[in-house]
Design a protein around this ligand. Structure first.
Ligand SMILES: Cc1cc2nc3c(=O)[nH]c(=O)nc-3n(C[C@H](O)[C@H](O)[C@H](O)COP(=O)(O)O)c2cc1C
Length: 381
């Protein structure tokens, strides 16, 4: 059968067949492993590797692992550190010391949680994701990650959080495109001023860190504010009706996270996939428990425990360092159900676990079908 045709300006810009991108999802490499990234690129979209939290050398290995599976365009996404507390100490260990001194109630609450579930005391070993600027001329972990991305065979750099202006000139020299993720108009304007080539606007309904504005009001406003810079829609897209709606609102493509979390190639824990295929949209809510910033994910008993204790989560990076260690301890005990489980409201619509290629082909086919249906069910002129 002939392949369906679905093209927008994004396809030409990125050298891809269909305007559908796998969202770069950090999660220590579980959410967007090389096999998933490659499968989406091979299917005609663009796979984006979520590099957040992955040390530079491991990131290099992961990119090369993708390259063994596909020659098609790929991207890498990082969370850049612009909005960390200004005076936060530069390493995880230093943040831990400060936590003990300044926030003993939070530290004691997490210790109590560990006791309750019989978790061992394990801490995250790498010092990544804390320092905004290195001291004494050394490179920060983020600069090391960016160096790797620039040196490897990567076509797109995506900045999930933070200011990418220092990455843009490096990317330009290599002919790479830069994407900036935003959740409101002001941030979209800031990303364009920083020099990004494409804006991804992520609505409130999306999984992971998210802003306050839903896609219906967000997308057209961002499209108008940054025109002619192309805008890609993220958040709440799970089938072709969602992709077609995003195109109607002015986007030139879709950046999809949660719908690919149930792909066979995705390496998130079994319990997380089960929660998505069995859950309702309202089970995936926002909270600040796991990173200190608003993040949408499964409302687990750990989230509820924080709420019931009535302890306000700390700002980034304090809450993140505290809870990263809790999640590491939970993993050591095999309690994947107690870890952070980011996913979006569209989970309520996802009922099947499938290979990524099938998910992708259904997205394309149902977008084409929706656009065709509109021609016959809507009279206009
Ligand atoms: C498990 C998970 C991890 C995520 N990690 C990142 C990340 O590291 N960087 C980033 O830019 N966005 C991250 N996001 C947000 C996605 O890039 C994307 O914008 C979002 O998933 C879109 O909404 P959807 O989940 O409804 O498709 C993450 C989302 C999820 C669900």
């Amino acid at each position: 059968m002939a392949r369906p045709i679905l093209k927008t300006a994004l396809c030409e810009r990125l050298g891809i067949e269909y305007p559908i991108l796998l969202a770069g999802m950090g999660s220590s490499g579980f959410a967007t492993p090389p096999a998933l990234v490659a499968a989406v690129s091979e299917a005609g979209g663009m796979g984006v590797l979520g590099g957040a939290g992955i040390p530079a050398e491991k990131l290099r290995q992961d990119i090369r692992a993708v390259r063994k599976l596909t020659r098609k365009p790929i991207g890498v996404d990082l969370l850049l550190p612009a909005r960390l507390a200004e005076d936060a100490p530069p390493t995880r260990s230093a943040v831990r010391e400060e936590l003990k001194r300044k926030f003993p109630r939070h530290v004691a609450f997490v210790a109590e949680l560990k006791r309750k579930y019989g978790l061992p005391d394990v801490v995250v070993e790498n010092e990544l994701v804390v320092a905004a600027h290195a001291e004494g001329g050394n490179k920060t972990p983020h600069e090391e990650q960016v160096d790797v991305i620039m040196a490897e065979d990567v076509q797109v750099f995506a900045a999930g959080l933070g200011d990418p202006s220092w990455v843009v000139p490096k990317a330009r020299r290599r002919g790479m495109q830069v994407i900036g993720l935003v959740g409101n108009v002001r941030h979209a304007q800031r990303q364009v001023a920083a020099g990004v080539d494409i804006v991804v606007a992520q609505g409130y309904e999306g999984g992971g860190h998210t802003g306050k504005i839903a896609n219906f009001p967000l997308l057209p406003q961002v499209v108008d504010a940054v025109s002619p810079v192309p805008v890609v829609a993220a958040g709440g897209i799970g089938d072709g009706r969602g992709v077609a709606a995003a195109l109607s609102l002015g986007a030139v493509g879709a950046w999809i996270g949660t719908a690919f979390l149930v792909a066979d190639e995705c390496a998130i824990p079994e319990i997380s996939k089960e929660r998505i295929v069995n859950g309702r949209s309202e089970d995936f809510d926002i909270c600040r428990v796991f990173s200190g910033k608003t993040m949408r994910g499964y409302r687990s008993e750990i989230v509820r425990a924080w709420e019931e204790a009535d302890i306000e989560p700390l700002p980034m990076p304090y809450q993140k360092i505290l809870m990263d260690d809790f999640c590491e301890s939970a993993a050591a005990a095999g309690r994947w159900d107690l870890r952070s489980n980011p996913a979006g409201q569209i989970a309520g619509m996802l009922k099947r676990r499938q290979p990524a290629k099938e998910i992708f082909e259904q997205l394309v086919a149902s977008t084409v079908a929706t656009l065709e249906r509109l021609k016959t069910t809507v009279t206009s002129g």
